[in-house]
Design a protein around this ligand. Structure first.
Ligand code: NDP
Length: 433
């Protein structure tokens, strides 16, 4: 805490992982001897840079850019870029730290990193977003590469932004290096299923969780927070797997739709018109905008927080438990507070942590890197099958690791220990570097 002052979310993420690691460190004293845990807390490299750009009114604007290259023991740094006004070094460090273990769980050769900026794309014109992205890449390009560090999207960074970033990288370096960024468009090096991957992967993971508990998604009431990339594709796949999503949200409120969210309308409002959840409620017969309380007060069997960090607190967890919710899995990064996780565990609710449940996005990014390296383009079906298999394997790894450490059914500890030991073993093999 003293070494990283004012970085509350980073402290929270580190504490959450290290609280699980006692049994692993006792079993492997060599980790302590090599100071693995202390080394893991220190990013390999942290970059912070000025991003100057000119807005449509001709004013010079200054944002701050970040890239934290956390751990490359397993492969090149890999992790998304977040553009949101709340972004500061502590956000990027928490996300990069989490990413290291998540990437290890996928079983693919990728290290962990994360980046972003306090730039707010909301309300900016196309030209402003492009000029910002070009300026951001004008500094970032010297630090990334297909064998070094491979950024992708996250909140506020979708295909449009990846396009502008890739265009600038290509222009500066004079290289069509497809593998330097993932989340690209299908016509210029992107992979099928990447856009859908985090949400689809979450739904596959939840299907496995329910299966392991002897039930299924069929006929289940599901609540999904947010209405961005992860939420929309989670809703789509949950519906395909037989569940009904009865509520979703954005930062201005939530909507309850007992008939099941109408995905076409939601996409029209959020993706095409870039509107608000209230617009969905206005146009959907029978749907109601939530008045008072929170989305977690809506009765459900399965709750999937897919919006942002710390959105589900202890009170929300108690409301979920009181209404009979039996499964919670994180689509967002760290959306459930530590106190809320305790409430859920104490009540016997099965809890799937984000580093396992939302790993489908980065896993498919790694599949995009594989396709770029071999100049291949896989079909949608093949890529989705690979994704489903990876999510099934992560689910099994969490449970078998939890069993091996006498923590049956504890996905959070299972994920932390499994991710940690893979990174730790590679770090031991590579020496003190
Ligand atoms: P988007 O920007 O596409 O969507 C975020 C959604 O969350 C928006 O609907 C936003 O509403 C909503 N939101 C933000 N804050 C709140 C809040 N306080 N209460 C309710 N809703 C809120 O981002 P993504 O879907 O890409 O990412 C969401 C989360 O998933 C993040 O934690 C991200 O790190 C994580 N994640 C994303 C991956 C990906 O592949 N995209 C991969 C793995 C994790 P509004 O429009 O009003 O801002």
């Amino acid at each position: 805490v003293e070494r990283n002052p004012g970085e509350g979310e980073f402290h929270q993420a580190v504490r959450e992982v290290f609280d699980s690691l006692g049994p692993a460190v006792r079993k492997h004293p060599e980790y302590a001897e090599a100071s693995i845990v202390r080394r893991m807390c220190e990013p390999e490299r942290q970059l912070m840079f000025r991003v100057p750009w000119v807005d449509d009114a001709g004013e010079v604007r200054i944002n701050r850019g970040f890239r934290v290259e956390f751990n490359s023991a397993l492969g090149p740094f890999k992790g998304g870029l977040r553009f949101h006004p709340s972004v500061y070094l502590g956000t990027v460090k928490f996300l990069g730290f989490e990413q290291t273990f998540k990437n290890a769980l996928t079983g693919l050769p990728i290290g962990g990193g994360k980046g972003g900026s306090d730039f707010d794309p909301k309300g900016c014109s196309e030209g402003e977003v492009m000029r910002f992205c070009q300026s951001f890449m004008t500094e970032l390009y010297r630090h990334i590469g297909e064998h070094t560090d491979v950024p992708a999207g996250d909140t506020g960074v979708g295909r449009r932004e990846i396009g502008y970033l890739f265009g600038q990288y290509k222009r500066i370096t004079n290289r069509y290096e497809s593998g330097v960024l993932t989340g690209k468009g299908l016509g210029w090096g992107g992979s099928q299923v990447r856009t859908e991957a985090t949400g689809y992967g979450l739904a596959f993971f939840v299907q496995e969780m329910l299966g392991a508990a002897g039930t299924s998604l069929d006929g289940r009431r599901v609540v999904v927070s947010g209405s961005g990339n992860v939420s929309i594709h989670t809703i789509e796949k949950v519906h395909q797997l037989g569940g009904t999503v009865v509520a979703c949200s954005d930062s201005s409120g939530f909507v309850v739709d007992e008939q099941g969210i109408d995905l076409d309308l939601l996409r029209q409002v959020k993706e095409v018109e870039r509107g608000r959840i209230a617009d969905y409620a206005d146009r959907r017969y029978g749907a109601e905008l939530g008045r008072g309380g929170s989305i977690w007060d809506v009765a459900c069997d399965v709750a999937l927080p897919c919006a942002t960090q710390n959105e589900l607190d202890a009170d929300a967890a108690r409301a979920l438990v009181g209404n009979g919710c039996r499964f919670v899995a994180e689509g967002a990064n760290m959306p459930t507070t530590p106190e809320a996780i305790d409430v859920l565990h104490d009540a016997g609710v099965r809890f799937g942590p984000g580093k396992a449940a939302n790993a489908g996005g980065v896993a498919t990014s790694a599949l995009e890197m594989q396709q770029n390296a071999s100049r291949a383009s896989w079909t949608f079906e093949k890529t989705e099958q690979r994704l489903e298999g990876i999510m099934r394997d992560i689910h099994t790894l969490c449970l078998t690791t939890a069993d091996a450490y006498d923590l049956p059914g504890n996905y959070a500890d299972g994920a932390n220990i499994a991710g940690f030991t893979q990174v730790a073993d590679a770090m031991l093999a590579l020496g003190v570097v």
